[in-house]
Design a protein around this ligand. Structure first.
Ligand SMILES: Nc1ncnc2c1ncn2[C@@H]1O[C@H](COP(=O)(O)OP(=O)(O)O)[C@@H](O)[C@H]1O
Ligand SMILES: [Mg+2]
Length: 274
């Protein structure tokens, strides 16, 4: 594999199983630095597992993963300097914030990673305040993260990575439980990050945000394999594939008492001829 920074990740034929439960089957994927990728797939297709592998939290049973040209193995990450450098460059916002949050207060949570990874204190304070303002959680500063609502927790989890400002952003269903204003601010922010050349990989099944957050779509099928990889416009127009991968649903409703069903991109306003 090439040892340089052209690639954020090079994933070669990885398979991951939880005990006997298959989560990723023979996945290969190359991510160039600066790319914006949406990972699409139905529940259980393997998106979260892939992000955890890219963040070196899990290691595949077979295949190979490189980050910035260097192998990501359990042995390599025993080297503290190496692990530190990786944690500073790659930030994962978990799908489930309960797994991510552990500090006694929101402020401690948002400042933990950058302080721990050695950023100057004044800069950490500035970044943390900025991140909390962006997500409108300044008022939660002294609250205990585990006593917040689901959406509030998600914002704290996001802010704790925002304050780190890594080169590579791994976002696991980032908009899923956010209110509209926070969603919109986050999407704007993802746009800004991308202009700064950051690499952004977002796992989602929200087809409506894909074109805004990605220039490339990698689609998982329910068999835990990659089934398509290409431009959002093309992939989002491939209805048969979207249905097959369980990314659009059959919309059922009644017209004049008669049951009627058709597929559509939820929740795009649905106008159709009868
Ligand atoms: N901790 C776990 N133990 C056992 N199986 C798991 C665990 N986490 C996920 N899985 C299984 O692995 C597969 C992929 O899960 P996941 O990566 O979470 O999918 P997605 O994020 O696309 O919903 C699913 O079949 C899921 O049930
Ligand atoms: Mg998931």
């Amino acid at each position: 594999m090439v040892k340089n920074d052209t690639y954020a990740f090079q994933v070669e034929q990885i398979t991951y199983k939880y005990n006997n439960q298959i989560a990723l089957k023979d996945i290969s994927l190359t991510v160039r630095a600066g790319e914006r990728i949406a990972i699409l797939g139905a529940n259980g297709s393997g998106k979260s597992t892939l992000l955890k592998i890219l963040d070196a939290l899990y290691f595949p049973q077979s295949g190979k993963v490189c980050a910035f040209g260097e192998a990501l193995t359990e042995a390599a990450l025993q080297d503290e300097a190496r692990a530190f450098a990786l944690r500073r460059r790659v930030g994962l916002v978990f799908q489930d914030p309960d797994v991510q949050l552990f500090s006694p207060t929101v402020w401690d949570e948002v400042t933990f990673a950058p302080l721990h990874l050695g950023l100057p204190k004044t800069e950490v304070i500035e970044r943390a305040e900025w991140a909390m303002d962006l997500l409108n959680i300044t008022k939660l500063r002294d609250r205990a993260p585990h006593r917040l609502s689901g959406g509030e927790k998600k914002k704290v989890a996001l802010a704790s990575v925002l304050s780190l400002r890594p080169d590579v952003w791994l976002l696991d269903e980032p908009t899923a439980s956010l209110d509209p204003r926070s969603q919109s601010r986050l999407l704007d922010f993802i746009g800004e990050l991308s202009k700064e050349g950051k690499t952004i990989i977002t796992a989602t099944h929200d087809l409506d945000i894909v074109e805004e957050i990605a220039d490339r779509v990698v689609m998982f099928c329910e068999e835990h394999e990659i089934t398509s990889d290409g431009a959002p416009r093309e992939l989002l127009a491939d209805y048969d594939r979207l249905i097959e991968c369980n990314l659009i649903h059959e919309h059922r409703h009644k017209h004049d008492g008669a049951e009627h069903a058709h597929h559509h991109l939820h929740p795009v306003a649905h106008e159709h001829q009868h």
